[in-house]
Design a protein around this ligand. Structure first.
Ligand SMILES: Nc1nc2c(ncn2[C@@H]2O[C@H](COP(=O)(O)OP(=O)(O)O)[C@@H](O)[C@H]2O)c(=O)[nH]1
Ligand SMILES: [Mg+2]
Length: 234
């Protein structure tokens, strides 16, 4: 089965090559990467091209400027589908998502359509987030779960594995979210379409290098878009 991991990057120069090497060191069969860089001022895009020159399993998409996590994933998903992926994964570039969980994802996706790395089920968790970020994330998840009525504990996480059929069905051109709320939208639409979703526990570790791109604009976008998603008939 062909697996492609899409990794969006914005100013991840000090994380990217270490991460790529760690992923390939796992020697997972038929695994490749698509890096989607938004013209990072720190030169992450140039580094990504260098890595792609050294390693055949890497493709790079360059976008003109920072246009949000959701639209970066959509660009990456389209290329992954065109490249014939059976499984398409999402993963951050900053080591928050531990590579060793890839084995769990690839085991579970055999019996599910979408596997979510979940911080909010037993054995899952978060390391090194301050109380405010924890509060925003946990309340955000409760809020989204209640409004949307989807029995999923981590709707906002970004460590995910989709079976190809899910992405074919949810119509990438119709997704409305450009920011982080994209995570909620994709999982919610997959659930609404009746796909089997499996949450597996992960410990999310806050990055040690570089800066988070999370901000309050993203937070408010999520508050409103969740309501919109609930009442939009799709
Ligand atoms: N291409 C692209 N990547 C982004 C954008 N925003 C965030 N990212 C990447 O998405 C991943 C998660 O972002 P991060 O800032 O670590 O968010 P946090 O973990 O929620 O604090 C990282 O790999 C970022 O570099 C964006 O606008 N464009
Ligand atoms: Mg991060």
């Amino acid at each position: 089965m062909k697996t492609i991991i899409v990794i969006p990057t914005y100013n991840e120069k000090n994380n990217l090559s270490g991460l790529v090497k760690e992923v390939f060191s796992l020697a997972i069969a038929d695994l490749s990467l698509i890096i989607v860089d938004d013209n990072s001022p720190d030169g992450t895009g140039i580094l990504a091209d260098e890595l792609a020159g050294e390693m055949p399993g890497i493709k790079v998409i360059h976008r003109a400027g920072k246009s949000g996590l959701g639209s970066a994933y959509i660009a990456g998903f389209k290329l992954a589908m065109a490249a014939g992926a059976d499984y398409v994964m999402e993963m951050d570039a900053d080591f928050s998502h531990d590579c060793r969980y890839l084995f769990d994802f690839l085991k579970e996706i055999k019996n599910a359509d979408l596997v979510l790395g979940s911080r909010y089920i037993e054995s899952g968790g978060i390391k090194n987030w301050n109380w405010l970020r924890r509060l925003i994330s946990s309340l955000g998840n409760v809020y989204a779960r209640l409004i949307l009525g989807a029995p999923i504990y981590d709707l906002t996480g970004g460590f995910k594995c989709y079976r190809r059929a899910v992405l074919e069905k949810i119509n990438l051109d119709e997704l409305d979210s450009t920011g982080y709320v994209f995570q909620i939208e994709t999982t919610y639409l997959a659930w609404k379409q009746g796909f089997a979703i499996k949450e597996i526990p992960i410990i999310f570790a806050e990055r040690e290098t570089g800066k988070s791109k999370f901000n309050f604009k993203i937070f408010f976008e999520a508050l409103f878009r969740v309501l919109f998603l609930r009442f939009k008939d799709r």
